[in-house]
Unconditional design. Structure first.
Length: 403
């Protein structure tokens, strides 16, 4: 079995030694059957949360009332261990009102969303697959466990998960499941923005994003995502771009803002409740792209923007056909050959400047630094003590004449 499961096998063995059943479940089993790299490893067990906590020395209670305990095995590794459960009624179309712990694996698998996600695996690698998930994986289809509309009425997030998985796995959505989504699309209103954002980002970064964006439109789900209601046409435009090459959230959102021709960027990004850091980077990217469209990749832009963000803005422009393919090499070269990369690289510091000038601190320092940065970038002076002193004296003379 894949090496990644080794520690998990030890967890299963500990649970078994204490008289419980335990299996690998969820995405790690699906991805193993697909020969795909596995993400996090989830374990389902007949042990209750208290029993799990009693067996393992280091655990984190992330939702004992839903049966989930994290078992920490080392600094880098931890596993979600969840008690077999069935879900009660879902009155809010999103969360079960209550959950009941059960003793049977099959009952637990039945509450799971799609057949490909409702497969269990023993520590020996034997498959338990009551809903024929393996054959759906072979046929590359996403199908709900049980009747689609019932499952979507319970939890509307599953509709968006279906489209997200179709992107990540390049699977199609089985007919009844597709029809179910079309019928229940409006229930997506019940899902929090944060969950929509997380799913959309995964969707946009998936290998099958082109088909998934088409699905987002044909299922009607797009209309229940913030500010996308009127955007079926640009979403189809977006589908033509090489989105799967993007790995950064801010790059993805920058592309989205541009292709969707968003007018109020601030309002758009806020409505997706993105972290400040992402919003800031998107705004920066847009500014840089506008600047580059005016001036090209000049030294000053690369210096001000920094290497990583320059490359990100270039990636967005390149995807849009607005920049040359090989430009990233050029940007890197230009950045590396800049005489300084920030103010900190200037060999004389603020105190020394004041000494040279024999003046008090004041506004002149920041003006001088601005000019000095540019003089260095454009190689009008060298970043070396004597040359800098001379440049500073000349600058002060001109400054004194003007002020
Ligand atoms: P990923 O690779 O994205 O982690 P995953 O299948 O592991 O995919 P998770 O969100 O980690 O997805 O959930 C783990 C498992 O829990 C799923 O495989 C599925 O069996 C079950 N599950 C998760 N969310 C739902 C849901 N909304 N409804 C029903 N079952 C769910
Ligand atoms: Mg998972």
């Amino acid at each position: 079995m894949n090496k990644a499961f080794h520690q998990g096998i030890l967890i299963i063995e500990s649970l078994e030694k204490n008289g419980h059943e335990a299996y690998f479940v969820g995405g790690s089993v699906r991805d193993t059957l697909m020969n795909r790299a596995i993400g996090d490893i989830d374990i389902a067990t007949s042990a209750t949360p208290e029993e799990i906590q009693a067996i393992f020395p280091k655990t984190i209670d992330v939702g004992a009332e839903h049966g989930t305990i994290i078992v920490v095995t080392s600094e880098q590794e931890s596993y979600e261990v969840t008690t077999f459960r069935t879900d009660g009624i879902y009155t809010d179309n999103r969360h079960p009102d209550n959950v009941t712990f059960v003793k049977s694996l099959e009952e637990d698998l039945k509450r799971r969303d799609f057949t490909m996600n409702a497969i269990a695996m023993t520590k020996y690698g034997e498959i338990v697959d009551p809903f024929d998930g393996e054959s759906d994986i072979k046929r590359r289809v996403i199908r709900t466990v049980g009747k689609a509309t019932e499952r979507f009425k319970e939890d509307a997030l599953r509709m968006l998960r279906a489209v997200r998985f179709s992107s990540q796995l390049s699977f199609s959505v089985e007919r009844d499941t597709f029809d179910g989504i079309r019928k229940d699309q409006a229930l997506l209103e019940m899902v929090s923005v944060e969950r929509k954002t997380a799913e959309l980002e995964k969707l946009l970064m998936g290998q099958g994003v082109k088909e998934a964006l088409e699905l987002l439109v044909t299922t009607g789900l797009f209309a229940y995502l913030p500010h996308l209601g009127e955007k079926s046409k640009p979403l189809r435009e977006l589908a033509k771009l090489p989105l799967h090459e993007f790995h950064s959230r801010s790059a993805i959102w920058t592309l989205l803002v541009i292709v969707l021709k968003v007018e109020d960027v601030e309002c758009f990004l806020n409505s997706w409740k993105l972290p400040k850091k992402v919003t800031k980077a998107v705004n920066e990217n847009i500014k840089v792209i506008e600047q580059v469209q005016r001036t090209g990749w000049v030294k000053e832009v690369i210096y001000r923007t920094g290497l990583d963000q320059s490359l990100e803005a270039h990636q967005v422009m390149n995807a849009l056909g607005w920049d040359l393919q090989g430009m990233s090499v050029q940007i890197r070269k230009m950045y590396n050959s800049l005489p300084i990369h920030s103010l900190k690289d200037i060999v004389i510091d603020g105190n020394e400047l004041i000494n040279i000038a024999g003046e008090k601190r004041g506004k002149w320092i920041s003006l001088l630094y601005q000019d000095l940065e540019m003089a260095l970038i454009h190689e009008e002076t060298e970043n070396e003590r004597a040359a800098l002193k001379e440049w500073v004296c000349n600058w002060l003379q001109k400054y004194d004449q003007n002020y």
